[in-house]
Design a protein around this ligand. Structure first.
Ligand SMILES: NC(=O)c1ccc[n+]([C@@H]2O[C@H](COP(=O)([O-])OP(=O)(O)OC[C@H]3O[C@@H](n4cnc5c(N)ncnc54)[C@H](OP(=O)(O)O)[C@@H]3O)[C@@H](O)[C@H]2O)c1
Length: 298
């Protein structure tokens, strides 16, 4: 009798990772490629994407990789990217994100940079990828602990914001998570999964070196080493996200994050989200607002 394939073996699976050239998206890509998945690296800079491909191939010579040009801050680029996918996708990891910006920073479509990239770009991307999704495909939306401090006002999704950049970042992540949980409800009758995951608190100085991708001086590494009991590297931050994209114990509508103190670091486990991002009323309103703003019907 032929041996059953290992759950770690992802040969035959194709996974798109947005923002794959740096940080957590890079580590998701390397970890998935090491398990045999074909990885599409959705990146806006061809040069940075190629550097990431070279770094992965230095560790995983047989890696099956393709660069997918993708700028989530441009609806034209998002449409081109979706149209140039000719593979069937087993998972899409909506990882790319802008974590801080000024109030007047805009995407090329004129949307607030964080809301436009983190939510609207991914909304438009996933909507246009539906024809390419496998019957049991998973969409993993990368949330954040910061969503817990956010209050969402869907009709004012792209209105000028007040308060700190961190608060607006939290809103953009909460909006992405509300979209993900609404997608889970809309896919209830299908075999597709919509899942959220967050990386905890993941920093470059605790992350292994990768040429051109993670380059941190020894002095900074030494200083950061004392924080290792509390926070983790971006390789560790990728773990709950990769788990959500691939593991058999994941259910649609789940939210995964690190198991350690304050969910900053540790092995993946199910974690709690705010009630607001799971609210049907909020999810439907975010969906309608995203359709109206982007002009993309989902
Ligand atoms: N690090 C943490 O502790 C933490 C905590 C909670 C949540 N997260 C979330 O985890 C995700 C990754 O975070 P990270 O720390 O790895 O961030 P990072 O190191 O800053 O990497 C962000 C990635 O997103 C890409 N990106 C940004 N704007 C883009 C656009 N318009 N189109 C395409 N790609 C774009 C970047 O590409 P470029 O190189 O072209 O800029 C880069 O590849 C984010 O969604 C973040 O909100 C991170």
């Amino acid at each position: 009798m032929a041996p059953l394939p290992s759950p770690l073996d992802l040969r035959g699976r194709t996974i798109l990772v947005t923002g794959a050239n740096a940080g957590i998206g890079y580590w998701c890509s390397e970890q998935l490629a090491a398990r045999g998945a074909r990885v599409l690296l959705g990146c806006r800079s061809p040069k940075r994407a190629q550097t990431a491909v070279d770094a992965i191939r230095a560790r995983v010579p047989e890696a099956d990789l393709r660069i997918l040009p993708l700028d989530l801050g441009s609806l034209v680029s998002v449409a081109h990217a979706a149209a140039s996918v000719d593979e069937q996708l087993d998972a899409v990891i909506c990882n790319a994100g802008v974590k801080a910006s000024s109030r007047d920073a805009r995407t090329s479509d004129g949307f607030d940079l964080m809301m436009g990239t983190n939510l609207l770009g991914h909304f438009a991307l996933v909507a246009q990828l539906v024809p390419h999704l496998a019957a049991d495909a998973r969409v993993v939306s990368v949330g954040s602990l910061a969503h817990r401090f956010a209050h969402l006002d869907p009709p004012a999704l792209t209105a000028p914001w007040r308060g700190s950049s961190l608060r607006q970042y939290g809103r953009s992540k909460a909006a992405l998570m509300a979209f993900a949980f609404e997608l889970d409800r809309r896919w209830a009758a299908s075999s597709r999964f919509s899942v959220c995951a967050h990386p905890g608190y993941a920093v470059d100085p605790l992350t292994p070196s990768r040429d051109g991708v993670v380059e941190v001086s020894d002095a900074v590494r030494a200083l950061a080493a004392v924080t290792r009991f509390l926070v983790q590297g971006k390789d560790g931050g990728a773990a709950p996200i990769v788990h959500a994209a691939t593991d058999v114990d994941v259910q649609s509508g789940d939210y995964w994050g690190p198991s350690g103190l304050a969910e900053f670091r540790g092995a993946p486990r199910r974690v709690f989200s705010s009630d607001e991002v799971r609210s049907i009323r909020v999810g439907e309103a975010i969906w309608s607002a995203a359709e109206a703003i982007t002009g993309v019907r989902f």
